[in-house]
Design a protein around this ligand. Structure first.
Ligand SMILES: C[S@@+](CC[C@H](N)C(=O)[O-])C[C@H]1O[C@@H](n2cnc3c(N)ncnc32)[C@H](O)[C@@H]1O
Length: 232
């Protein structure tokens, strides 16, 4: 979830995004855990529970990166495949015993209705065309199948929202430029979180991309939200 290091701009280009993740793949898991203060584990467990997976189901973990999210999903007994277009991220997770397939979220290498459920954690914000990815997820999920999007969102308690978005997220790049060896990573992370739609707006985007009964649940006061949809 550290996001696309190596860039400071939100003008995303797919090749840039893939190569930037290739560049940070080796330290990705550790950085996430440190930056989130260990909360990443709780957010991943909550994502698995929200999907209500059953043994034997086929599940797509899109933008799976190193497969850390896929391993958590596989604890359910479902068959879970990690898909990502950064070969560096996939190979950094080579020790994780889950199937891995290289593929672009906007042109998935899967047949229609191939999956019972799909999920994307801390990935949709990084996809160049999130609506196209959501449509692709709908295409490869069977009618009645489930989607959970786990993504940074907008804190719900107004005083904290202001502190988080207007102070912490503005301060992060400033601090990173002075102390980090890879400041662009933090600039991008902060910019992309501030630019990302809040809970209700993201729900509308899911609805317009082929997902029905869209609801969401806030985690950690809305720092993260889980959006849930059913394939129409
Ligand atoms: C912040 S990481 C998230 C990894 C993992 N899901 C997790 O929870 O830690 C975002 C991932 O999205 C991937 N990504 C971004 N755009 C993509 C696209 N168009 N197709 C496939 N993967 C993409 C990146 O390569 C990166 O591995």
């Amino acid at each position: 979830m550290t996001s696309a290091p190596g860039r400071a701009s939100l003008a995303k280009d797919p090749h840039d995004v893939a190569s930037m993740f290739d560049g940070v793949a080796g330290r990705y898991d550790l950085t996430n855990t440190v930056l989130s203060g260990g909360l990443d584990r709780y957010w991943r467990t909550a994502t698995r529970r929200e999907l209500q997976l059953r043994s034997g189901e086929r599940v797509l973990d899109l933008a799976a990166g190193t497969g850390v999210s896929t391993v958590e999903l596989a604890k359910s007994g479902a068959w879970c495949v990690a898909t990502d277009f950064s070969k560096g991220m996939l190979s950094a997770g080579r020790q994780r015993r889950v199937p891995k397939v290289a593929g672009d979220a906007t042109a998935l290498p899967y047949a229609d209705a191939a999956f019972d459920a799909a999920t994307i954690s801390f990935g949709l914000r990084n996809v160049v065309d999130p609506t196209a990815a959501l449509r692709e997820l709908a295409r490869v999920t069977r009618p009645g199948g489930r989607l959970v999007v786990c993504e940074f969102s907008t804190p719900v308690w107004r005083p904290f929202q202001v502190v988080y978005l207007e102070y912490l997220m503005r301060a992060l790049p400033w601090v990173a430029q002075r102390v980090s060896s890879n400041p662009a990573a933090y600039v991008y992370l902060a910019e992309s979180i501030r630019a990302w739609p809040a809970q209700a707006a993201l729900a509308d985007i899911l609805g317009a991309a082929g997902w029905a009964e869209v609801t969401w649940r806030n985690l950690t006061g809305g720092i993260v939200a889980l959006h849930h949809g059913i394939r129409a």
